[in-house]
Design a protein around this ligand. Structure first.
Ligand SMILES: N[C@@H](CC(=O)c1ccccc1NC=O)C(=O)O
Ligand SMILES: [Zn+2]
Ligand SMILES: [Zn+2]
Length: 212
């Protein structure tokens, strides 16, 4: 249909999509139903702002940080590189050395393929996180957005959220829960548009890649 090749890197939000432990469940409950005499079918959506493929607004991890509507949309749209970092974690955390595979100045957006599957049937507690050193190195080399196929840039049990804090300190924005399982490493245009939730700490997003 489109003259563009559009690669979907969003997670399908199926019924029972697993959520962060203790977070709100994802549901789309039936609203109106034609089969029950209503004029249309509708759904009633209930979700955490951090379900599936989503962006973090800085306010998620910094009370002085920007709310979602205050983040310019062009942050989430533009040139990116997908980097295959499968098997590169040390004690569950990616070191800054994973960026050595890329030359010099980096594109403004880097998406890290840690090896999460396309679909989660249960929450992936043992996902690969980012080291603060990796975040700082990325920022030094020109990165403005870091994306990951894991549900967070920090480990599940972290209380200090060091990678989120490094993003706060360096002005890097975060995309989490991508589906990079079918994407070859390389350079693309990222289009990752969060739901326009005014005042929010983050929002589910539809993320796609357009080949260069
Ligand atoms: N860091 C994760 C989410 C997160 O930390 C979280 C999400 C929902 C409920 C509790 C959470 N963290 C609690 O320590 C994220 O940014 O999406
Ligand atoms: Zn999040
Ligand atoms: Zn986060």
């Amino acid at each position: 249909m489109s003259e563009l090749h559009v690669i979907d890197i969003s997670r399908s939000l199926t019924p029972n999509h697993p959520n962060w432990p203790g977070d709100a469940a994802f549901t789309v409950a039936p609203g109106l139903r034609v089969a029950q005499g209503d004029t249309v079918n509708t759904g009633i959506l209930s979700t955490s702002t951090h379900t599936g493929t989503h962006v973090d607004a800085p306010w998620h991890y910094d009370d002085a940080g920007l709310r979602l509507h205050e983040v310019p949309l062009d942050v989430w749209v533009g040139t990116c590189v997908v980097l295959d970092v499968r098997g590169r974690a040390v004690d569950g955390v990616l070191p800054e050395g994973v960026l050595d595979a890329l030359p010099g100045t980096l594109p403004p957006r880097v998406l890290l393929h840690t090896g999460e599957p396309a679909h989660w049937t249960q929450f992936p507690r043992d996902f690969v996180a980012l080291s603060p050193a990796l975040v700082r190195m990325a920022a030094q080399r020109g990165v403005r957005v870091i994306g990951t196929d894991a549900p967070s840039v920090d480990p599940l049990e972290s209380k200090t959220l060091d990678a989120h804090a490094a993003c706060r300190d360096t002005g890097i924005f975060i995309v989490e829960g991508l589906n990079l399982s079918v994407v070859p490493a390389g350079v693309y245009t990222l289009v990752c548009l969060p739901l326009p939730l005014h005042g929010a700490d983050g929002a589910p997003a539809r993320a796609v890649l357009l080949p260069e």
